[in-house]
Design a protein around this ligand. Sequence first.
Ligand code: 2PG
Ligand code: MG
Length: 425
Amino acid sequence: MTETAIAQVKGRRVWDSRGRPTVEAEVRLTGGAVGRAIAPAGASRGRGEAVDLRDGGDRFGGFDVQTAVAHVNGEIATALCGADAAGQEAVDRILVDLDGTPDKGRLGGNALIAVSMAVAHAAAAAAGEPLWRHLGGEKPGRMPVPQVQIFGGGAHAGRRVDIQDFMVVALAADSFCQALEWTAEVYRAAGRLMEQAGTLQGVADEGGYWPVFATNEEGLETLVRAIEDAGFVPGEQIAVCLDVAASQLGGGGRYRLGLEGREMDSDGLGEMLAGWIERYPIVSIEDPLAEDDEEGFIRFTRAVGGKVQVVGDDFLVTDAGRVRRAAAVGACNAVLVKPNQAGTLSEARAALEAARAAGWGTIVSARSGETEDVTIVHLAVGWDAGQIKVGSFARSERMAKWNEGLRIEESLGPAARFAGREPFP
Ligand code: 2PG
Ligand code: MG
C-alpha cells in the first residue's frame, strides 16, 4: 500500500476538441507512479448526467472550468491524499461522499471523472501494467467492435439533419485492425460521394462529414452506397448503426424532424425507424426515443429488439439503477457507457455490469467534446465491453483512440479476440 498511496493530486485547465476548456487531473503516488486523465464533454446531454461544472459568465462562452480545477487542487486533493490508489472503489466512494450531491453538482462531474480516471492510470502504472490489463486481470477482454460515425448530425452539426450519428460497424472483420481498415475505405468512399454530389462541406464535431442531405433517409442511402462503393456487402460485412439522440427532437411524446418539417408522436417515430430497419442493414439504434419516453422505449424494444440492438444513452445516463429498471420493464437491450455521465469509474463500471447481468450489450463511448485522452479504449478492453464508440475516422482526438486500440491489439498478440458480430442480436 505504501507504494500506491496517493501523494499528490493536481488539476489544470486544458482544452478540448471544440476549443473549450476542460479539466485535466494528475495523480502522483508515493512510489513515484503518475497517472493523468482529461474529462470529455457532451453536447447532446442527458438530463440525468453528472453535472459538467462550468464557470458561466462571458469568458470562453461561459465554458471555463476554473472552479472545477480549483476543487481538484483543493478539497479533492486534501481528501485523497494518503488513500490507496489500488482501491478504485474506495477512492471513488471518497469522491462521491465528498461531493455529497445526487448529481455531483458541487464539485463537478468533470472534476471527479478526471481524478477518478487519473487514479486508475496511476494504479496501473504502479503495477507496471497498461490500464486495460490492470482492469481486466488474468483474462484479457475482447477487442471491441467499433461503431464509427461517417456523417455527423443533430447537435454536432448545427441540426443540419435530425439524426445525430450515421455510423458503420465492420462486424465481419476478423480483427480490430481490419475493422479500421474497412472503415477507412468506407469513410473515403463517403467523402467521394459527397464530393461528386457537390455537397462536401467539411466535417462535424466528431469528424463525420457535414450532412448536406435533403432528408434524413438520404443519409442512410448514401451510407449504404458508400459501403458498396468501398467494395463491401452492406449488412453482411459492414452494417449500419444510428444514434437518433431523440431527446433533441422533442419530449413529452412529441417529436419534430426539422429537416423534413414533420411532427410525429412516439409511435410515429418508432414506426419510421422500424421501417428503416426493414429497408436498411441497421443492427443498432441508440436513443430512438426521448429520455422521458420510457413507454416508447418499451414499445420500440418489444417491436424490434429481437432484430437490432436498442441502446440507451441519454435515457440511461450510465446509471446502474436506471439500467436495472429499464431491464425489468423491457426498455432497451444495450447500454452506452460514458464514464463522465456517471462521474466516477466505479459507477460507470457498475452500470456496465448491471447491463451485462441483464444479458444486454455494452458499448463504451467517447463524447462529442474529446481530447488526446485514450482512457476509454482501455476501459472497453479491460471491462470486456465488446463494443466501442468514439466518433468518426478523422481528427486526432478520435484517431488517438483508434490508434491506441491498435497498440492494445498488437500487444495482446495471438490472445487477441475481436468481438465482431457477437454483440448483435
Ligand atoms: C452521443 C455522444 C457521442 P455527446 O450522443 O452518443 O456521439 O454525443 O457527447 O454530445 O452526448
Ligand atoms: Mg448518444
